[in-house]
Every structure is written in structure tokens, then in C-alpha cells.
Design a protein around this ligand. Structure first.
Ligand SMILES: Nc1nc2c(ncn2[C@@H]2O[C@H](COP(=O)(O)OP(=O)(O)OP(=O)(O)O)[C@@H](O)[C@H]2O)c(=O)[nH]1
Ligand SMILES: [Mg+2]
Length: 423
């Protein structure tokens, strides 16, 4: 099965909690803070694997997570780092964050890898918080939550050139004779139901990747219009090879076929008709071919037409030279998405918190950054709670509450917790 679009959730590992402990040894009567740091959580990393050609593996994997970091321990022992999870995907995979609608990665290089969700930092142990004013801090940090994202993952094949045309015109035969690829070839339409790729070595020393795509037909035959869903794989091709069955098998008219396929390309949004096309008159061995070609040239006098018999590999070299030349001359087509490599986002454009009044004496505080600070806070000790309060103040929460005219004793909710407001 060829799977080229899936939605999944990824959740990186949480950082381990920092430890609160004190040195207790016979010969050290007043031991200082001695709690170790938590280990960082594991990250989710996407990596190109050239042995993969579809996103099938991801289909059954709705949630991908990574290991949590270990908690810090006594005697300043650090918790273990959580293991990363490596997700292998085919070349040409695009990863989009659904919530923020941004492309996180466009994996277009062999071996390329990108951190898609970063593991949470380990919390710091209490010995980090030792100051001259507070030589024995009775709190430590909890681990930071790992990043969590909903992703849409899409595969767009990376080929320099793509074979297009009506069903049964000989596209797969073409690919099989110019490369080592072995696509299925048969005398019925829609033999090819998944794209095939092959590497073409041109005799001038250059080479390019060629995609054989399922046959295209008029949108009217939608039940059979398999090719349409594969059009987006053409988006990345610089050059199209448009194959025409000049023999007119299946009682079709090659002059018509050519127009119908181009019309279908135009219906698709992404400038497919602007790509240079190499027009190939195939099946020139069939009886009606010469006659049809004459009519074709009359109908399209300005088009350069290459004549081939792909079945016996005749006439192919001139086509390949031309394609290689056009690939060199044609710049990359900029898609309607910005291409970004190796980026990890922290979405700072969202405000650190929002404050909403729920009732006369009740407010709720929400937001990603606020939540992160809350998750890392150690609220069991007074000192820890105080530190949390200070961090909220730094974020501007106190200011916001004042502006919202909160009064002494009002209830402030964060997640499921309730705090009393005191100035
Ligand atoms: N006579 C003749 N037959 C050919 C030639 N090239 C291919 N064929 C035959 O045409 C039929 C279809 O060939 P394919 O290569 O499977 O065609 P396709 O365009 O990939 O077809 P779909 O995948 O179904 O869209 C097969 O029976 C081939 O043997 C040719 O140059 N001359
Ligand atoms: Mg085919």
C-alpha cells in the first residue's frame, strides 16, 4: 500500500525531577544541599531512511513518544537522560505542525534528521539554589514537560522528472528501459497504482531521478481518476515527460489525449503547466502511428515531438538528453510553502499566559509558558511555593491581576489547582 499522508501525535519525554536532599555524614555536621539534577527527557527525531518509500509504518502509530528523564538523586547524582525516539521516514517527507500551521521540516537530503519535539529539561536539584542568604534551600525544580505536537506528515516524492500521460501509453515500460526499476507493465489501464522511481544514467554522464506515475484521465471519470491524487508528487518535478500513445490503441485519439492530460494538469493548483514538457510520441511501431503523428504535428505545429518505441528501447537517447538539459536549465519551482531545514520552533509568538475572569472572585490563568513553569514548580514546600510566586511575578501575572482588579482572597485557578490571591 502506498501511504503518502498521515496524522500523528508526538510527545517527547519529560525531564526528570530535581532532588531535594541534604548532606548527612558523621564528620559533616551541617551538610549543605545535596540533591542532584533530573536527566533531560528524550526527543523525537525524524530521520530520512532511503529504504523507505511510503509512510505506511506511521499509519498504525497514532502516538509516538520518547523516554522520560530519570529523577535526580541524593549525593548530587544526576538522573539518566531519556532515550530519543528515531522515526524513519522516506526522502521527500514534509512535517507540518497542525496547531500552528507551520512546516517544521522538509526532509530532502539523504541522512537528514530533525528534532521535531524536544525532550523536557531535567529539573535542577536543590544544591543549585544555594545562596548566601539561603544556604539550605528546601526545594528543587521538577522536570520540564516534553514538547507535544500534532503532526500532519506528507510524502512528496523527490524526482527530477515525471512521466505523465493517459493510462497504457507505456510510461512504466519507459521507466523500465531507461533505469533499473522494475515497475509492473500490462496491457490494461491503471496497471500502475503507486509511483515508481528510477535513476536514469544519461550517456552524456549526467543522471536524474525519474518518477513513473499512475495514468491520468479526465476528471469526468472520477471513479477511475486515480492519477489525480498523485499529481502532488509531480509538484517537485522540474520537467515532465508527456507520453502519448501514437498508435491510438483503445480507439483513442492521440491529438485529444494530449489536450485532455494538459487540461487535467491545469485543474490542479500548483503551476504544473508551467513546467517544461518533453512530448514523446510512443508506440511508433503500430500501424496508425505515422498517420496520427502527422495529424498531431498539424494540430500542434510548435511542439517538438520525439518518436519512440519504448517496447524495444528505440529513440530514447534523444529524449533523455533533452530531459537532462532541461533539468539543468530549469530552476527549482518554489512551492506555496516555505522550505525550512533543521528547525526546531519554540512558539514565542503566543503570549506566555492569559488571564480570564470566570466570576466575581474567580480567575483562570492559562497558556503554554505558564503551564511549563507550573509543571516545573515544587509546591510542597513553602520555599518552593515562594519561588513559584516569584516566577509568576516575573512573567507579569501580578501586574495582570492588578489590572483586572483582583481582590485579596480571590481564587486563581491554574490547571486543577486553586490559589488564593494575596497582594
Ligand atoms: N506496440 C507497443 N506497445 C507498447 C509500447 N510501449 C509499451 N507498450 C505496451 O503498452 C501496454 C501498457 O504499457 P505500460 O508501460 O504498462 O503503460 P503505462 O502507461 O505505465 O500504463 P498505466 O500504468 O496503466 O497507466 C503494455 O502492454 C506494453 O507492452 C510500444 O512502444 N509499442
Ligand atoms: Mg504504468
Amino acid at each position: 500500500m502506498f501511504i503518502d499522508r498521515v496524522k500523528i501525535k508526538v510527545r517527547a519525554g519529560k525531564g526528570g525531577n530535581g532532588m531535594t536532599s541534604f548532606r548527612r555524614e558523621k564528620h559533616v555536621p551541617l551538610g549543605g544541599p545535596y540533591g542532584g539534577d533530573g536527566g533531560d527527557g528524550g526527543s523525537i527525531i525524524f530521520k530520512v531512511d532511503t529504504n523507505k518509500s511510503t509512510l505506511l509504518d506511521l499509519r498504525y502509530n497514532k502516538l509516538i513518544d520518547a523516554e522520560d528523564g530519570g529523577n535526580g538523586n541524593n549525593k548530587k547524582f544526576h538522573g539518566a537522560k531519556g532515550g530519543d525516539t528515531i522515526v524513519a521516514v522516506p526522502l521527500g517527507t514534509i512535517i507540518r505542525d497542525i496547531k500552528n500551521d507551520v512546516i517544521l521540516a522538509d526532509l530532502i537530503d539523504v541522512g537528514q534528521q530533525v528534532v521535531i519535539a524536544a525532550g523536557g529539561k531535567g529539573g535542577r536539584g536543590n544544591f543549585h539554589f544555594k545562596t548566601s542568604r539561603n544556604p539550605a534551600p528546601n526545594y528543587s525544580e521538577k522536570g520540564e514537560p516534553g514538547e507535544e505536537r500534532d503532526l500532519e506528515i506528507e510524502l512528496k516524492l523527490l524526482a527530477d522528472a515525471g512521466l505523465i500521460g493517459y493510462p497504457s501509453v507505456g510510461k512504466s515500460t519507459f521507466l523500465s528501459v531507461v533505469s533499473k526499476a522494475t515497475p509492473e507493465i500490462a496491457a490494461y489501464p491503471f496497471t500502475t497504482i503507486v509511483p515508481n522511481l528510477g535513476v536514469v544514467q544519461v550517456k552524456d554522464g549526467s543522471s536524474f531521478v525519474l518518477a513513473d506515475l499512475p495514468g491520468l484521465i479526465e476528471g469526468a471519470h472520477q471513479g477511475k481518476g486515480l492519477g489525480h491524487q498523485f499529481l502532488r508528487h509531480i509538484e517537485r518535478c522540474r520537467v515532465l515527460i508527456h507520453l502519448i500513445d501514437m498508435g491510438g490503441e483503445d480507439h483513442r485519439d492521440p491529438v485529444d489525449d494530449y489536450k485532455v492530460v494538459n487540461d487535467e494538469l491545469a485543474l490542479y493548483k500548483l503551476r504544473l503547466t508551467e513546467r517544461p514538457q518533453v512530448v514523446v510520441a510512443n508506440k511508433m511501431d503500430l500501424p496508425a502511428a505515422q498517420e496520427n503523428l502527422k495529424r498531431f504535428k498539424k494540430a500542434y505545429p510548435d511542439i517538438e515531438v520525439f518518436e519512440t518505441v519504448t517496447l524495444i528501447a528505440e529513440g530514447l537517447d534523444p529524449v533523455l538528453y533533452r530531459v537532462a538539459q532541461l533539468i539543468r536549465e530549469t530552476p527549482d519551482f518554489v512551492l506555496n510553502e516555505t522550505r525550512q531545514e533543521e528547525v526546531v520552533y519554540r512558539f514565542t509568538e503566543t503570549p506566555p499566559f492569559t488571564l480570564t475572569r470566570l466570576g466575581e472572585h474567580r480567575f483562570i490563568l492559562e497558556g503554554d509558558e505558564l503551564n511549563r513553569v507550573f509543571q516545573m514548580a515544587e509546591l510542597k514546600t513553602d520555599e518552593g511555593a515562594l519561588r513559584f510566586a516569584r516566577r509568576l511575578k516575573l512573567m507579569g501575572v501580578d501586574e495582570a491581576l492588578k489590572r483586572a482588579e483582583a481582590q485579596e482572597g480571590d481564587i486563581i485557578m491554574i490547571n486543577d489547582y486553586q490559589f488564593l490571591y494575596r497582594e
